[in-house]
Design a protein around this ligand. Sequence first.
Ligand code: UGA
Length: 439
Amino acid sequence: MYKIAVAGTGYVGLVAGVCFAEKGHQVTCVDIDEKKVELMKSGVSPIYEYGLEELMQKNYASTRLDYTTDYQTAYRDADAIFIGVGTPEQPDGSANLSYIATVARQIAESVEKDCLVVVKSTVPVGTNDKVEQFIQDFLINDVKVEVASNPEFLAQGSAVHDTLHAERIIIGTESKWAEELLTKIYEPFNLPIVSVNRRSAEMIKYASNDFLALKISYMNDIANLCELVGADIQDVARGMSFDERIGSKFLSAGIGFGGSCFPKDTKALEYIARQNGYELKTVKAAIDVNKEQKTILFKKASKRLITFNGLKVAVLGLTFKPGTDDLREAASLENIPLLLKQGADIYAYDPVGSPNFAKVHPEGKDGKGSITYVSNIEHALDGANVCFIFTEWGEVKAVTPETYGKLMRTPLVYDGRNIYSVKDMEDAGIEYHSIGREP
Ligand code: UGA
């Protein structure tokens, strides 16, 4: 078993640290935020992630897992230091690497024995070469430090499961020593390991995420065409899915992809291509389609209603997908300001996302309209003139078509997640608009 330090306790860092401890390694998670460290020590997870708190408490109690702000002590005698800090998008689409640089310097100034630095954060191809050089430049003690790439493929909402049962572990190394050490660290997971060089590992992460983003944008593009020619995108997707070369996953058309990864990673790869004098046309198309798709229902509803001024608008779902309280790049963030600007009185329901949304709109007001957060769907629908569904939460899916008819003033529903069957909604007397399935 190895002594492991993890820098950063966001989705990537914390989940990795907790899972390494669960597999028997001695893990210290490092974060600069004292309050967050205290919170984690008390067994509370700073992120909403299924099963995470339980594992945090179990492994902290067994002393295999600890949290600290004291990076020097954590890094000093670690066999491996995993970096899981953020690489946020900059206005030009490039990744901001300043957090990684800070950690790299702290590592260089702390390590007192040979160690492997493993970059889990998504970084532009070639970054790990630079991190290694950077560490060498600032290294104080006469020890060997190498850098490996080990991109993360977990999805929010299923992060623990995705880590413990990953479909593959990608390790990108430049020496036998690094490859063997990282392989041994992952041995207790008993998962397929793909060993490649560092730059290929960095590229695998972008290429995988952007391929999935492309798949979604492609389905959204086809969905929009389906509406024009009278086809049904769900039937089309089902028909396509039997072809194993296409696969059955990530074929759901909707109001575009959000989250902290696909939007950022598509723009980052497109930026990398541009920097290298290459135009990445496919990824660019995925970005363009997604931008349009986010407000496609708002545009449709605007034509139908002329104005939202003074209308009660029910919004079901605020987060970018179910199972998370994360709002980053969520469709709600684009549509709600547009509705408020026109004077809509919004009643928003989300099982966990409302507090985060209220932080974005602290006054609860933007433009002429107003926004009220409700904890029950019926309250949102009661007397509403129109309803938008932005996230396919289980609670939202459980609402029957009849409920809309019974509660709404005018049963007009715009569903960005294709939750209902068009026929069921029609039978319940609802005017129902969804994605790629216009009646
Ligand atoms: C994504 C990838 O799925 C992970 O493999 C990857 O590790 C992660 O990014 C990352 O780079 O960290 P995540 O952003 O958590 O994970 O969420 P997804 O479940 O992939 O969903 C992303 C967005 O695509 C959501 O807005 C979702 O609603 C949308 N989506 C997904 C669709 O519109 N249609 C689909 O068929 C699937």
